[in-house]
Design a protein around this ligand. Structure first.
Ligand code: SF4
Ligand code: MG
Length: 335
């Protein structure tokens, strides 16, 4: 199956002023060479701590950041080569849902106006039965009562606001929705409802999702494939269950070991690994393997040689010692 979205060695760098010497400009490689493919109708989960480049990558895909290297292809076409027509098509086909629905909704507009805006930009896509009826249909579809159409965002709960964001995102019948931590700000019970809604919409419309989260238990339920990011790079990627059952990158092992399980006595799992220290600044990423400053398996070679993604046990891993890491993450193993 040809991918719907394909990132090829994607790079996004910013020039920022040095925090110490303001007149010096420094380069931050927020996304430092990412390869990623999302299949039509499927979900690619992306996890990693804050600052690992997830949001910057998401913003580049929807055109809010300009890549500084590599390419983004959608349905086989490079986004950077798109002419005006292709850009309009992309603006329809790729939508985004944000972490904070409140910040992304205009507080002075009613829900009907917020959803209806999409047809100001794409009047040719206005449904034959008219905006009003379509707004009602969309609100019902996402579980909001149509009587709420004349209300303003502040009159809704966080979960309802996210539903408004979802209604707006699906209004143009996109093929891909980039979801940047869409449930991180919601209560656990509301998270589950929102994830169920996204799963239903995926079935109904054949949507693909790029689903970004820092919470691994959220990503598991919704994803087919998973990509684990660390400091601007993907360190492990493959089928979600393959990685959850037995992660092969030390960073994935640590992240997964920290997930609370509902019935710890019923599940055999390796002991918890607590990562020391914070994520290093992308202004000065560590040499060699970027994870070596926090890795419990690091050796000399890790400080000098940067590991590339390579196939190991049904997924791709960027670690010189992935085979050994895999034995450590086996169920019941002693780390
Ligand atoms: Fe750890 Fe070395 Fe593997 Fe990097 S390459 S994850 S430092 S063992
Ligand atoms: Mg973010």
């Amino acid at each position: 199956l040809a991918p719907l979205l394909a990132l090829d060695n994607l790079r996004v760098s910013f020039a920022i002023r040095s925090p110490i010497l303001r007149r010096i400009k420094m380069q931050v490689d927020a996304v430092a060479g990412v390869d990623l493919a999302v299949a039509p109708g499927k979900t690619m989960g992306v996890v990693g701590e804050s600052g690992c480049g997830k949001s910057t990558m998401a913003r580049a895909i929807v055109g809010l950041e300009r890549p500084t290297g590599g390419s983004i292809r959608f349905a086989g076409e490079a986004i950077e080569d798109a002419d005006a027509n292709a850009r309009r098509r992309l603006a329809r086909d790729i939508q985004m849902i944000f972490q904070d629905p409140f910040a992304s909704l205009n507080p002075r507009k009613t829900v009907a106006q917020i959803i209806g805006e999409v047809w100001d930009v794409h009047p040719d896509l206005t449904p034959e039965h008219g905006r009003e009826r379509e707004i009602i249909r969309l609100m019902e579809r996402v579980g909001l009562s149509p009587e709420m159409a004349s209300r303003f965002p502040h009159q809704f709960s966080g979960g309802q606001r996210q539903r408004i964001g979802i209604a707006r995102a699906i209004a143009l019948r996109p093929r891909l929705i980039v979801c940047d931590e869409p449930v991180s700000a919601l209560d656990v019970s509301v998270q589950a409802q929102t994830l169920n809604l996204l799963a239903e919409l995926q079935q109904e419309f054949g949507l693909a999702y790029l689903f970004i989260a820092h919470d691994l238990s959220v990503v598991r339920h919704i994803s087919d494939e998973l990509a684990v990011m660390y400091l601007g790079r993907i360190v492990e990627t493959g089928p979600v269950e393959t990685i959850y059952q037995q992660p092969a990158h030390p960073y994935s092992i640590a992240l997964l070991s920290a997930i609370p399980v509902p019935r710890p006595w019923a599940e055999e799992r390796p002991p918890r690994i607590v990562l020391e220290g914070d994520v290093p600044t992308p202004l000065a990423p560590p040499s060699g393997c970027r994870f070596h400053t926090r890795c419990f398996m690091a050796r000399d070679v890790c400080r000098s040689e940067s590991p590339s993604l390579r196939p190991v046990a049904g997924r791709n891993v960027a670690c010189h010692f992935a085979e050994e890491a895999l034995t450590r993450s086996a169920p019941g193993a002693d780390a």
